[in-house]
Design a protein around this ligand. Sequence first.
Ligand code: ATP
Length: 298
Amino acid sequence: LMQLFRPLDLLGMVYRTIRQGLVDMDAMFKLIDTDPEIKDKPGAATLHVRAGAVAFEDVAFAYDTDREILKGLSFTVPPDGTLAIVGPSGAGKSTLARLLFRFYDPKAGAILIDGQDISNVTQNSLRGAIGIVPQDSVLFNDTIGYNIGYGRNGATQEEIEAAAQGAALDDFIAKLPDGYETQVGERGLKLSGGEKQRVAIARTLLKNPPILILDEATSALDSRTEDEIQATLGKISERRTTLIIAHRLSTITYADEIIVLNDGQIAERGNHRMLLAKKGLYADMWKRQAEDRQLEAV
Ligand code: ATP
């Protein structure tokens, strides 16, 4: 997901921020807010999320004029539904998430949330409505409590503890030398990949957004941690409209709809069962990954 932050003028600042171990999606949004290309329109409305339906209508996009990345994508995610996006590396999966956050505007077509074109609403209201669990969150050099509480300004200790519990972090924190006051990050306790992901989940629980983007880590966690994280993610995506950028197909078999992106277009769509029956791209990917899983098990 770090690829979200490509605008060149920001790169230096972003890089320094990463070096300081201070990166977080929300912090990045603040940096991105300084991007002169994307501005609130004069008199931009506040986004009102009622049901939480997301629609891409014939969305085309290119970073550079000579190479189209998304070539007219249309899909809808119904309120509380789960859409998984799969496809080869470079297919445009993360680009699609960047557009939903309005880091960029589509070159053609529109993105709507509950019928409101996201280019007509304030960035604040848009980004406030969308939570993201990134592949790899980097922690602030501060206490674990602060790192969780960052999900929402003014969260109380009780709320922070409830979020930690929701993300199955509470037992871990109880065993830390100073509990919620334990320093983490580069200059404190180093957390494992799974623990960091739980912090991101806890932040998202505090933020309580109606729309969620899960960016599945490419690097595999051990299978028990993976299962536990999947269970927690499953819980937080209930009652929210969820887009999952998935690398392991085994984690998204339950999705209402799966879109196979290839070369900026929707190559296949349907649920897991339908896509397997098609014996196309998805079925091939599934077979390959099943073989890999068997090899791992040996
Ligand atoms: P992966 O699974 O490897 O993360 P992806 O499907 O998420 O891949 P994207 O990150 O959306 O792919 O990238 C789609 C294409 O756009 C790639 O060819 C990539 O090189 C290109 N791209 C991404 N960001 C930029 C950028 N800021 N400027 C120019 N090209 C970019």
